[in-house]
Design a protein around this ligand. Structure first.
Ligand SMILES: [Zn+2]
Length: 222
């Protein structure tokens, strides 16, 4: 948190950056997507400012249909996710949790003292604490982040199973690891679930990853 930056400074930055963006792109860039969007990815991720789609897409415009809330939860944004998958028909639904997620931490620590609006947002988190394990709090926290991703994928399987079975959709559950907790490098997106499959060997041999080269595959699967 940084309360020392004044609103006018932030507003200046927003509009100066937009001005640079406008000047760096020609009209054709915008004309190409005036009429409709054709994204390839429906992304459900946390509102956390450290997690941004530019970790996997340098230019996200017309490519990533983004749904965000605290704790990357499907149930309280199911209409938006349905829109991406049923109407925009993206071939990938990426559920992207992240390390050090404050929403998951709040769930673990208890959030009864939060305002009602925040409580009701967190109430949809379903983290089976019996399955979240760790010898210290940070391990437990990461395990709970994973369990939350698994839960969101499970809901997705119920909603979109018919598309998955026809190979029109893949659901990838992953954790954005900006702390290198998995030892695969800072900033890596680590796959922990693919269409409900959690077995590392089965994920590695899955058709959905068949176009990844072998060395990268080993870096991205937990
Ligand atoms: Zn978060």
């Amino acid at each position: 948190m940084n309360q020392r930056v004044k609103p006018e400074e932030v507003i200046r930055d927003v509009f100066e950056t937009n001005n640079s963006f406008v000047e760096s792109r020609g009209e054709d860039y915008f004309k190409s997507h005036i009429e409709e969007q054709k994204p390839l990815i429906t992304l459900l991720t946390c509102s956390d400012s450290r997690v941004q789609p530019n970790i996997f897409s340098e230019d996200m415009i017309d490519k990533v249909f983004v749904i965000r809330n605290i704790g990357n939860q499907l149930e309280n944004s199911s209409g938006s996710v349905d829109y991406g998958i049923f109407h925009l028909q993206t071939p990938l639904f990426l559920v992207l949790g992240h390390v050090n997620c404050g929403a998951v931490k709040a769930f673990l620590k208890g959030y009864a003292d939060e305002p009602e609006s925040i409580r009701s947002e967190l109430d949809h988190l379903h983290i089976p604490l019996g399955r979240a394990k760790g010898e210290d709090f940070n391990r437990l926290w990461l395990s709970a982040v994973e369990e939350n991703v698994h839960w969101q994928v499970r809901i997705a399987l119920e909603r979109y199973g018919i598309l998955i079975r026809r190979n029109l959709l893949a659901v990838v559950g992953a954790v954005y690891d900006f702390a290198n907790y998995y030892g695969k490098g800072y900033g890596r997106i680590v796959i922990i679930n693919l269409n409900g499959i959690k077995s590392r060997e089965k994920i590695l041999s899955h058709r959905a990853l068949s176009l990844l080269n072998d060395s990268l595959k080993l870096k991205v699967v937990v």
